[in-house]
Write a protein that binds this ligand. Structure first.
Ligand SMILES: NC(=O)c1ccc[n+]([C@@H]2O[C@H](COP(=O)([O-])OP(=O)(O)OC[C@H]3O[C@@H](n4cnc5c(N)ncnc54)[C@H](OP(=O)(O)O)[C@@H]3O)[C@@H](O)[C@H]2O)c1
Length: 243
């Protein structure tokens, strides 16, 4: 039976991805910093789909715990999905060094640390799939969220380099760059309905991308073209815009 590890399983997107793989018969490992919040999902998945489902404590910013976390997993996963992320109001983040550091650590340094460990194991086993949930926000910095955006830009570049390095090891890496998604992270933001995906759409797209060995996906197809336009705007015009 295939085993899927979800790092950041308390997120709405993480929940949806766990359900999608469990419904397809995979065993699921739910990891998050509040294991008690994962227990209802654990029982639900185990009862509904009759699959083994474990819960593990994991803090992506606690880098020194990462080796022990991975070593302690009773079964090493075939697929790892890194969903963790952190986004707060950019104006508050830039005035608070701890918040700046937390944004970078949760979106970049932490995921890099744990995925370095997991990819080394996959390379030794000559198999495995890693999925990183990054964001279109990493494709061009905007004044309204450039700390989050730049940390996601780093993560996107990391995933691309990892895919390149892991290719000869038979390890596949999928980069997921969603546009807006209707979740706790964006609650209270006025998102345009037509451009916004639901967590289940992200989960379906991730599942398909893993099966078809896609490299980079945007979830809603038009985000690829929206971002092509946004990244093509000359900097002398872009820098004057209130974005
Ligand atoms: N929503 C969007 O519009 C959107 C768009 C593009 C990309 N994304 C990305 O999609 C992913 C999922 O986000 P979401 O929208 O589902 O938001 P979310 O519900 O806020 O999910 C964030 C997840 O990260 C976890 N996390 C935060 N700090 C952590 C830490 N130190 N250690 C371990 N886990 C930690 C959270 O756990 P706790 O429950 O413990 O806080 C939660 O599970 C993120 O990477 C986000 O950047 C979201």
């Amino acid at each position: 039976m295939e085993t899927v590890l979800i790092l950041g399983a308390t997120s709405d997107i993480g929940f949806a991805i766990a359900r999608k793989f469990a419904s397809a018969g995979a065993s699921v490992q739910l990891a998050g910093r509040k294991p008690e919040d994962l227990e209802p999902l654990q029982s639900d998945l185990a009862i509904r789909y009759g699959i083994p489902c474990g819960v593990y404590r994991f803090d992506v910013t606690d880098l020194s715990s990462h080796n022990a976390f991975y070593s302690a997993l009773p079964v090493k996963p075939d697929i790892t999905v890194c969903v963790v992320g952190y986004m707060k109001d950019n104006e508050k983040v830039i005035r608070d060094a701890a918040e700046t550091n937390r944004t970078i650590a949760t979106n970049f340094t932490g995921p890099v640390s744990i995925l370095n460990i997991i990819s080394a194991d996959y390379a030794a086993r000559k198999s495995g799939t890693i999925v990183g949930i990054s964001s279109v926000a990493g494709l061009r910095g905007r004044q309204s969220n450039y700390i989050y955006g730049s940390s996601k830009a780093g993560f996107t570049a990391y995933l691309s380099g990892l895919r390149n390095r892991m290719y000869p090891e038979k390890v596949h890496v999928v980069s997921v760059l969603p546009g807006f998604v209707n979740t706790k992270m964006t609650a209270g933001l006025d998102l345009p309905a037509l451009l916004t995906a639901e967590p289940d759409e992200v989960a379906n797209a991730v599942y398909k991308a893993v099966r078809k060995k896609k490299n980079t996906i945007y979830v809603k197809w038009f985000w690829r073209w929206i971002m092509l336009v946004i990244t093509s705007v000359p900097e002398k015009i872009f820098k004057k815009k209130k974005l």
